[in-house]
Design a protein around this ligand. Structure first.
Ligand SMILES: NC(=O)c1ccc[n+]([C@@H]2O[C@H](COP(=O)([O-])OP(=O)(O)OC[C@H]3O[C@@H](n4cnc5c(N)ncnc54)[C@H](OP(=O)(O)O)[C@@H]3O)[C@@H](O)[C@H]2O)c1
Length: 433
């Protein structure tokens, strides 16, 4: 395989970045991947990629630590900046949790690119930096000229959109000032199989569609396959004529149509029954510019089949079949894995094992007694909610289990003390008699 040079991928262990690293390694690039914690099990998949042993070097780097980024980017011909916080829901402190890492982080990466004299940097922005604009004429399809309105993002508390809009606009100002060769890609909702073992934010909306929701909004979904995003990133890096921003989308489809497609492919899930017409069904975008550059994308059916299969094999997707159509929390797939670095109490480990295995109320008696004490149906549902509501679900899960076990331990201890006190009273009564 012909060697292609050295490139850096920031946030290499993330959903999009993992597919990009895989693609780059398959094409003969040497990759410097930055991760916040190279020893974290959530990055273990990177080392298993083809050619990783020889061609992938991981660097510990945080977006707010310029020196660490500089060390990873030094000696590189090109950089793909993908790292940025992507929370699954609202965050407590948007300035600190979202805006600072996105904006200062991007500027740090760009400065390190200038210092290393990289030939081109590709920044992963988002359609979130394009489409939140109330002044854009209704019914006019949005293209790369459109920018999200920062004030509107702030007013409507769309802090993820704000973080991406600020990061991309400041990146362009920096590139103009410094003469850095930069291209940005603005993907819409990215779905498709996961290489990493933790559930990322953009994989959750599809998961929600099979969760047994009664009603959903019938709005426009703008979908692109994660593997096609990786191809787009490489295309704009390699094609010299690439310039400016590129919207990266492959399918625009209303919720009902999407559910119908999923149902035709996987009939046994518990799909939403009602589709509520949204007051604003969502913006339409054009990705003509990327197509003109030669980008190709796969059919939606392929993406959906591979997404669902991937979740079934390695994620928290309900097991299809009659059980998934009953009310109640979805059932954890047997291969569900929870990472945790702490060894913890024996109980906690057992509780994790229960979650690793398919949990069926009717099969409850097959679980070990201690597990039964730890998890009942409501607790499992609560844990499931926590998992679905958090990108860092493994940490949340540990906390949830600790809490449950703490309550359980306290209850057992108070029961033990009560029994001991009763025994003492009984013994005293017996002695008097
Ligand atoms: N997925 C989508 O639908 C979508 C759509 C449009 C644009 N995008 C953009 O695509 C990029 C990748 O998103 P993704 O979906 O792959 O999300 P992801 O799986 O959550 O990946 C985000 C990556 O950013 C890293 N990161 C966050 N804060 C960091 C910090 N302070 N320092 C260093 N690294 C940090 C994370 O590292 P840790 O693992 O250590 O947290 C993770 O590797 C993001 O820029 C996102 O805005 C995504």
């Amino acid at each position: 395989m012909a060697e292609k040079g050295i490139v850096c991928v920031t946030g290499a262990g993330g959903y999009v970045a993992s597919w990009l690293v895989k693609l780059l390694l398959s094409k003969g690039y040497r990759v410097h991947g930055t991760v916040r914690d190279p020893g974290d099990a959530k990055n273990a998949h990177l080392k298993k990629l083809d050619n990783a042993l020889e061609y992938l070097q991981l660097f510990k780097a945080d977006l707010l630590d310029y020196g660490s980024l500089n060390a990873a980017i030094a000696g590189c011909d090109g950089v793909f900046h993908t790292a940025s916080p992507v929370p699954p829901g609202t965050v407590q402190n948007p300035e600190v949790e979202l805006i600072e890492p996105a904006v200062t982080g991007t500027l740090n990466v760009l400065k390190a690119c200038s210092e290393a004299k990289v030939k081109r940097v590709v920044v992963v922005s988002s359609v979130a930096a394009v489409s939140l604009n109330p002044n854009w004429p209704k019914n006019q399809i949005m293209d790369e000229i459109c920018w999200s309105d920062k004030e509107y993002c702030r007013e409507t508390k769309n802090f993820y959109c704000l973080s991406k809009t600020l990061a991309e606009s400041e990146a362009w100002e920096y590139a103009k000032r410094s003469g850095l060769d930069m291209v940005t890609i603005c993907p819409t909702l990215v779905v498709g199989p996961m290489l990493q073992s933790t559930l990322n934010a953009s994989s959750q909306p599809i998961l929600k569609l099979v969760k047994g929701l009664e009603s959903v909004e019938n709005r426009i979904w703008k979908i692109v396959d994660v593997r096609d995003v990786a191809e787009a990133l490489l295309l704009v890096y390699e094609k010299l004529e690439a310039e400016g921003r590129y919207i990266c989308c492959a399918h625009m489809i209303k919720t009902k149509e999407l559910v119908d497609k999923l149902r035709s492919l996987f009939p046994n899930y518990n799909y939403p029954k009602n589709f509520i017409e949204a007051a604003d069904e969502g913006a339409k975008v054009s990705w003509e510019k990327l197509l003109q550059l030669g980008w190709k994308y796969r059919p939606l059916e392929e993406t959906l089949v591979d997404t669902v299969k991937s979740y079934q094999e390695s994620g928290p997707f309900p097991t299809p079949g009659p059980s998934s159509t009953t009310a109640g929390p979805p059932i954890f797939a047997p291969s569900w894995r929870v990472h945790s670095t702490d060894s913890g109490l024996q109980n906690r480990v057992v509780a994790r094992e229960v979650i690793h295995h398919t949990w069926l109320p009717s099969d409850a008696q097959t679980l070990r007694p201690v597990s039964l004490e730890v998890l009942d149906r409501d607790q499992s549902a609560a844990i499931y909610q926590l998992i679905c509501g958090s990108n860092h679900y493994h940490r949340m899960l540990s906390t949830a289990l600790d809490k449950l076990l703490g309550v359980q331990a306290a209850a057992l201890e108070s029961e033990r003390l009560m029994v001991a006190a009763q025994n003492e009273r009984d013994a005293a009564v017996a002695a008097k008699a």
